[in-house]
Design a protein around this ligand. Structure first.
Ligand SMILES: Nc1nc2c(c(=O)[nH]1)N[C@H]1C(S)=C(S)[C@@H](COP(=O)(O)OP(=O)(O)OC[C@H]3O[C@@H](n4cnc5c(=O)[nH]c(N)nc54)[C@H](O)[C@@H]3O)O[C@H]1N2
Ligand SMILES: Nc1nc2c(c(=O)[nH]1)N[C@H]1C(S)=C(S)[C@@H](COP(=O)(O)OP(=O)(O)OC[C@H]3O[C@@H](n4cnc5c(=O)[nH]c(N)nc54)[C@H](O)[C@@H]3O)O[C@H]1N2
Ligand SMILES: [Mo]
Length: 765
């Protein structure tokens, strides 16, 4: 299994033959040849919603609406490898905890329900009925507030709705989902300033935009289908201005694997027209610089009697707080902006001129903005910039957070949220005849804290790899095993399943690509993409095993076993399992504005869009206007313990993983093959610290508390990254992130700009 380690600069475009070759390797790796013909159905009206990213689909579809990484996700789910009772009989969990994420992933699909047997330290098969009954007995004995119901962002709208209802009937709002490690910053920040917690753009806006600002999102690896829209925009001559500490290949150039001319030697499309290597955590400063420069351009225009640069009519009618922003921008000095952003005044003024010339600007962003101490300010500063020229609520303009999991936005929409104020609890009360809990539930960070302090006694996971995805592994893993009960619903084995409570179950489910037949009828499920469109999805492949249940059946089984009988009876769980359209009818009653006529509208090819009030310039904020907001500080980062040697670490994804699922060891675009144990470093830092390219080092948290948080055995890779910064892979580096370092408003762990210092290791490589 070990591949040779090769580190080399990569200068081929994103897409192109590299992507075709990588796909071939993946098909062979998973022996998923049966999956190939099915790819044509990916993201098509008669097919299935891709299980990889959440990017939207154009209404005018391309011949193939899949990408290299979507196909990888498909193959990995449709792998021919299986992991069943015979495997678990041969391996203790203690042994398996020594396996890598990639080795666990490659075991293939889980096939039957399992219960942990502490005497033999193994998972043993258990019948479904028995598993439900035993879990139910445990749940009934626990205090309702001590149980957490996590969801990872993939389960359908139907299952997610049933899941949140179960949690609330059980007695808590402890419904964190992967959003709490991801775009919750967006949900909180956009709700505050524009009155809706989701983005305002549709995919069709890319056809009308005349400028795109792109912050902290690695499109080539993490939402490659968007490269089509970016390529089309570039072919119209639209500038794309990129702010990213790294020069990510997908933002440099792209060859469309579905375009024969480009593939047979035609030139690649240049994507980014300006690249600004902002320092990690430096975006608030960069955005303040951009706003300052726009105000300056406006002053100059006014003095010269030219048309204003600022859209004063929009600002007067639709916003509040502009004067405070203007005063702050004027009083913030360029030296401070340059120092914190790592960018020059000239570079920021150049970007601002491009912004000021365009009439419809779109701002696209990802984890590079949300996962910081002041991620909230990153997002609200980006909104400030857009508002200055009325770039929200007009064609071709808007704010475009790129969500992660394929239904993470939808899960929040149908009620998976720890924030009771975001859920129509009165409606649920009336609809189902019970009193939902009204107190705040636990976020991901709160849940981890509860596991550490012992107040959380049980964890139910609807997908995901929670223990691996969260920060501070060395504190959370030991505490995790002191819980009473862990229940994991999953398609594939991962490290979280190997860390069990006293009583533990691993319940295998069908994936979205598989035919979900209930009562002889093929069921339809639905998801919401990153642009607020709802899509139907029907599986086309045989289930990986005949002992799998659908996620809907598992949730219904848990609910019926865990809720008091009189509560369980309030929902027709069995009816819901027989016909998912009945769940959609219930969703339509709870959320009529978004889901009225759900079943009818879902049948339309291309699905339907939810209302986006800010898109219509209806601002559902307390003031009824879009709100300019001042940042708390110019830096989005934690300062660290003050040592001169403290650096800012970015933890990020390779091109060969989906979150904690590691497909392989190839980060093609960054030129790293055969290993993930690396740390990218600036050449000057390498020289300054007396290190060598290729040498082995460790990194340790420099947060200033007295907990030891370290990762060892990382190979130094000289890389084009701002001085004083490091980049390394998630989840391997999660142990160095303290749990208490998170966005101050949303509690999303601060996985970018983590204060660390290098540790010299005895043996060099
Ligand atoms: N193939 C594949 N697709 C995926 C995923 C996957 O793992 N694999 N994961 C899915 C999920 S859940 C999510 S949330 C998304 C994640 O997709 P992204 O949002 O792209 O997440 P990351 O890989 O963490 O990369 C963050 C980017 O931000 C940049 N960055 C880091 N710090 C800063 C900063 O301070 N400022 C700026 N401006 N940029 C910064 C990094 O260099 C990097 O390019 O992708 C989704 N799609
Ligand atoms: N340091 C650092 N940490 C991070 C991040 C970072 O950038 N840096 N990113 C954060 C982000 S953005 C996110 S979203 C989280 C991700 O955190 P999670 O969502 O918890 O993790 P995933 O790796 O996406 O979960 C993968 C597992 O989900 C299960 N699974 C896959 N498909 C299905 C399905 O259809 N049904 C069910 N029931 N289970 C399924 C499989 O068992 C698989 O092993 O990690 C966060 N953690
Ligand atoms: Mo995510």
């Amino acid at each position: 299994m070990s591949e040779a380690i090769r580190i080399h600069p990569y200068d081929a475009p994103a897409g192109g033959w590299g992507s075709v070759k990588s796909l071939g390797v993946t098909v062979a790796r998973f022996a998923a040849y049966d999956a190939l013909p099915g790819l044509r159905l990916q993201n098509k009206p008669d097919g299935y919603a891709c299980v990889s990213c959440a990017w939207g689909r154009p209404q005018k579809q391309h011949l193939a609406e899949f990408c290299e990484n979507g196909a990888k996700a498909t193959f990995s789910e449709l792998t021919s490898a299986r992991v069943g009772a015979d495997f678990f009989a041969a391996h203790t969990l203690t042994e398996l905890r020594g396996w890598s994420d990639m080795a666990l992933e490659q075991l293939g699909r889980l096939t039957e329900p399992l219960r942990y047997d502490p005497a033999s330290d193994r998972y043993l098969p258990v019948a479904w009925d028995r598993a439900f009954a035993e879990i139910g007995a445990e749940m009934k004995a626990l205090a309702p507030k001590s149980v957490v119901f996590y969801a990872s962002g993939r389960a359908s709208l139907e299952t997610s709705y049933a899941y949140q209802l179960m949690a609330r009937m059980y007695g808590n709002n402890n419904l964190p989902d992967s959003s709490n490690m991801c775009h919750e910053t967006t949900s909180v920040a956009l709700q505050k300033v524009i009155g809706q917690g989701v983005g305002t753009v549709h995919v069709s806006d890319f056809e009308h935009t005349d400028c795109i600002f792109f912050f902290g999102q690695n499109v080539g690896s993490n939402s490659p289908r968007m490269l089509h829209q970016l390529q089309e925009a570039r072919e119209r001559g639209i500038p794309i201005v990129v702010f990213n500490p790294l020069r990510e290949r997908g933002l440099v150039e792209f060859k469309n694997p579905q375009n024969p001319v480009q593939m047979l030697g035609g030139p690649a499309t240049q994507i980014g027209t300006q690249h600004h290597a902002v320092r990690p955590g430096g975006d608030i400063a960069a955005l303040m610089g951009l706003c300052k420069a726009v105000f300056d351009l406006d002053d100059q225009a006014r003095e010269a009697g030219r048309p204003r640069v600022i859209d004063t009519a929009f600002m007067e009618a639709h916003t509040q707080g502009a004067a405070e922003l203007e005063a702050t921008a004027h009083s913030t000095g360029w030296p401070d902006i340059e120092q914190e952003s790592g960018l020059t005044r000239a570079a920021l003024e150049g970007a601002a001129r491009v912004y000021a010339k365009a009439t419809a600007v779109m701002a696209v962003y990802g984890m590079g903005l949300t996962q910081h101490k002041r991620g909230f300010d990153n997002v609200t500063m980006l909104v400030n910039l857009l508002l200055l020229r009325g770039n929200i609520g007009k064609s071709g303009a808007g704010i475009c957070p790129v969500r992660g999991h394929s239904n993470v936005q939808g899960q929040r929409t149908v009620g998976i949220s720890e924030k009771p104020e975001l859920v129509p609890l009165d409606k649920l009360a009336e609809q189902f005849g019970f009193e939902p809990p009204r107190d705040k539930g636990l976020t991901t960070v709160d849940a981890c804290q509860g596991v550490i302090d012992g107040s959380v006694r049980a964890f139910v996971g609807l997908g995901g790899n929670f223990v691996r995805a969260v920060p501070d592994h060395s504190r959370i893993e030991p505490a995790w095993r002191r819980m009473r009960l862990t229940v994991q619903i999953a398609t594939k084995l991962n490290r979280s399943h190997l860390l069990t409570g006293d009583v533990a179950y691993l319940l295998p489910c069908m994936g979205r690509l598989e035919r979900d037949v209930q009562d002889g009828v093929l069921q339809t499920v639905s998801t919401e993409d990153s642009t607020g469109w709802m899509h139907a999805s029907r599986g086309h492949h045989a289930p990986a095993s005949d002992r799998l249940l659908s996620e809907m059946r598992i949730v219904a089984g848990l609910a019926q076993a865990s809720l008091p009988a009189e509560m369980a009876r309030k929902v027709d769980w069995n009816g819901w399992c027989r016909d998912y359209s009945a769940v959609r009818d219930a969703i339509a009653i709870t959320f009529p504005e978004i889901f009225h006529d759900f079943n009818r509208r879902l049948a339309a090819p291309g699905g339907f869009a939810r209302p986006l009030p800010a898109r219509e310039r209806l601002w559902k904020t307390p003031s009824g206007k879009a709100e300019f907001r001042l940042p708390q500080s110019l830096s989005a980062a934690y300062a660290g313990d003050g040592g001169a040697d403290v650096m800012r670490l970015i933890t990020l994804r390779s091109n060969d993983q989906f979150n904690t699922t590691v497909y392989g060891l190839s980060d093609r675009f960054r030129g790293v093959e055969g290993t993930r144990e690396i740390v990218f470093m600036n050449r000057e830092d390498i020289a300054r610290l007396g290190l060598r390219d290729g040498q082995t080092v460790g990194i340790g948290s420099a947060c200033g508390d007295d907990v030891l948080r370290q990762v060892h055995g990382l190979r130094v890779v000289a890389y084009d990254i701002p001085a004083g910064s490091l980049a390394a892979y998630y989840p391997e580096c999660n142990p160095v992130i303290p749990l208490w370092q998170h966005d101050e408003e949303s509690k999303v762990p601060a996985a970018k700009s983590v204060p660390v210092r290098l540790i010299l290791e005895a043996a060099g490589a």
